[in-house]
Design a protein around this ligand. Structure first.
Ligand code: CUA
Length: 676
């Protein structure tokens, strides 16, 4: 094991003697306090007036995206407890969109009246309990041959054991799955290298299977976790629960997870803590969960052979529990589906390098990254090189047989990303820094010594995840790293005691260092946990929907009309309206209902012009729909309030946008004049 740190000094005044590229005459100046900034003419004057150092100017140029120009990368950032997903352009760090996922969002008409959003949200309710928020954690872009392919995205709800599918054809959430037998979730999401499955595992175990009761004194006996492999329908991106499976896992707290790739394709890896199986109880004569879960010197990295599990399911070795195939723990332990690997003291992230060979575990309470060699893991599993079995009979591989190296990185190593040069980059939560180090000599392309700390860069502050451009693929782009900092403290104007989170854009210099901090970006709507960053040209989102599209299925809607095809039908107390929206009117623009009617309105935006979105809102009815060009949406409600209610378009769509309005007339019950 190699523990020889070699650090570049990265003080604030680091001499970056690189020319200010736009300056006609270039005078490099290493002293930030000197009057000259290396620029000339009016650029020099601007820099002087704004107090910009040469580094500031250089970094501004490295990040600048001129008005009208587009970004090179798109970052999908989880929205944390906002329950949503942020779409951010890089390097500009401009927010392009919020995608509504687990939480209603009026602008997109998600969960505010239109059929498609209501359908998606309701699908995610496991019981009669209507879940009104989520905690999005780890987005996963679909992959082909280990590369992001830009088709689909998956993200889980940390709070509620759900996951969602976002269609990157239109950046909308199309499915929420209440994953059986998990109550909270964390591990994943990751997709397998050809998007065969998307994985999510439980965070805390629950009485198992879901829906049963057990008290905490039966924790070891009756609580369980689950590693869930959700089958992806390649044509639609949707999850097929009947072709999915779970592996029952011990009642530890399973943490982050990652997919094997290349040499480790067919495997998945989940870190854990609380192998002590502590349950808290600091008011009941016991330790707090915090203390009880931190006693063991080693917890267990779980290695799951999903291809073997798939074979067992096909061979009828699974049980169906709550609607999903489950490989029980004893079967998984006996049949080589599940192995445990000792990992030092309450670790956090587990990340697989682009070659698939190195599995990097962040120590959290241990200052090291521990790096395992998958080839050794596989050999130890085959040779039954075990140091024992856990209380559930799961074999524990011999630590010394599978470890490749440990690198002392600093305080609080959490998550690791990789470049294509054989480096890992690990976030140091306690130290507020990113540490760059080398992996094994077979992947290091720079001639540097393997398993060695190369450099560190401070971040502001308390970094959790970090993300590199194309970072989870088999071929990362060595361009940018984004640090996802939990605290911002003094970085922005004060907006009250709740501070924004801080994303920081770091240039990787092609993996050849030194890293440079380019920009801060406040994130104002919750705590994003993780991001994935894809090359912008891999995304092929629609500009407009084909005319009359049902956005959930992306097929022609049975309720679509062409302009001029509007109609109204009454069947008893069901009033059904086919309405068109077109600049700048709805047709019909008066809907005449009777008190107590069920009103169903199918609205088609008949436009095919880019960006010609209309909204449809009805006063006092909690209805707001977004109708993108070509879209059909259906609104259904009971007209239980007599009155004349304004309907209007909520998007400023034309000069006559304010005139794009109408009336919902609800005649009082018993009134003779009620139409149609
Ligand atoms: Cu349509 Cu405003």
């Amino acid at each position: 094991m190699n523990l020889k740190p070699r650090r570049y000094i990265l003080a604030a005044g680091l001499a970056v003697s690189v020319a200010f590229a736009m300056a006609a005459s270039v005078g490099c100046d290493d002293d930030d306090d000197a009057p000259s900034n290396g620029a000339s003419g009016d650029l020099q004057q601007i820099a002087d007036e704004r107090g910009l150092s040469p580094d500031d100017m250089r970094h501004a140029l490295m990040q600048y995206v001129p008005p009208g120009s587009k970004d090179d990368y798109v970052m999908f950032a989880s929205g944390g407890h906002s329950g949503q997903l942020l779409v951010i352009g890089l390097p500009s760090m401009r927010i392009l969109k919020t995608i509504a996922v687990f939480t209603p969002e009026p602008w997109q008409g998600f969960g505010t009246g239109a059929d498609w959003g209501e359908t998606v949200l309701e699908e995610g309710n496991r019981t009669d309990q209507v879940l009104e928020w989520g905690d999005t954690h780890h987005p996963a872009i679909s992959e082909t041959d280990g590369e992001y392919d830009g088709r689909y995205l998956y993200i889980q709800d940390r709070a509620n054991g759900r996951m969602a599918f976002v269609d990157l054809r239109d950046f909308r959430t199309k499915q929420i799955v209440a994953v059986p037998n998990i109550q909270t979730s964390h591990g994943g999401m990751f997709v397998t290298p050809n998007s065969e499955y998307v994985h999510v595992s439980s965070k805390f175990p629950e009485p198992w299977p879901s829906g049963t009761f057990a008290n905490l004194d039966e924790y070891q006996e009756k609580f369980r976790g689950a590693s869930t492999w959700l089958k992806i329908d390649q044509a639609t991106g949707r999850v097929l629960l009947d072709q999915s499976f779970q592996v029952e896992i011990p009642p530890y707290s399973q943490d982050l997870a990652d997919a094997g790739k290349k040499v480790s394709d067919g495997w998945g890896f989940i870190g854990s803590f609380n192998t002590e199986m502590a349950t808290g109880g600091n008011m009941e004569g016991g330790d707090s969960l915090e203390a009880g879960a931190s006693k063991n010197n080693f917890d267990y990295l779980h290695a799951i052979n999903w291809k073997k599990a798939e074979e067992l399911v096909a061979a009828g070795r699974a049980e169906t529990i709550n609607g999903i195939n489950v490989i029980r723990l004893d079967v998984a332990a006996a049949e080589g589906v599940l192995y445990l690997i000792p990992e030092p003291k309450s670790p956090h992230g587990i990340d697989v390098d682009p070659s698939g060979r190195y599995l990097v575990v962040g120590g959290k309470l241990d200052p090291h990254a521990t790096i395992y060699d998958f080839e050794k893991v596989k050999a130890a599993a085959e040779a039954e090189d075990f140091e024992g079995r856990d209380p559930f009979g799961v074999p524990i591989l011999n630590f010394d047989s599978v470890v490749a190296g440990q690198v002392e990185l600093g305080a609080g190593p959490l998550h690791t990303q990789f470049d294509s040069q054989g480096h890992g980059y690990t976030s140091l939560f306690l130290e507020s820094a990113v540490a760059k180090f080398t992996l094994g000599e077979d992947v290091v392309k720079t001639g540097e010594e393997p398993f060695t700390l190369i450099e560190k860069i401070p971040v502001n502050y308390n970094i959790g995840h970090l993300s590199i451009t194309e970072g989870d693929t088999v071929s990362p782009d060595d361009k940018y790293l984004v640090a996802l900092n939990k605290w911002s403290i003094d970085r922005f104007l004060t907006v009250g005691p709740l501070h924004p989170q801080n994303f920081q854009l770091i240039d990787l210099a092609g993996g050849n260092g030194p890293m440079q901090l380019l920009a801060d970006m406040p994130i104002p709507n919750a705590e994003p946990h993780y991001t994935q960053i894809i090359k912008a040209d891999k995304l092929r989102a629609l500009d407009v929907y084909p005319p009359g599209t049902d956005v959930l299925t992306m097929q022609p809607s049975e309720f679509a009309i062409e302009g001029g095809g509007e109609k109204v039908e009454r069947n008893g107390d069901r009033l059904e309206v086919w309405m068109s929206a077109q600049r700048s009117h709805f047709t019909p623009d008066i809907i005449r209902a009777r008190e107590g009617d069920t009103v169903v309105i199918h609205i088609t935006n008949v436009e095919q012009t880019k960006d010609a979105t209309h909204g449809f809102a009805i006063a006092n009815h909690n209805i707001q729909v977004s109708l993108d060009p070509g879209e059909v949406a259906t609104v259904e409600f009971v007209a239980d309030q007599p009155g004349a209610f304004n309907m209007y378009c909520t998007e400023f769509c034309s000069a006559l946008h304010l005139e794009m309005a109408g009336w919902l007339i609800v005649e009082p019950a018993g009134s003779a004049s009620a139409g149609p």
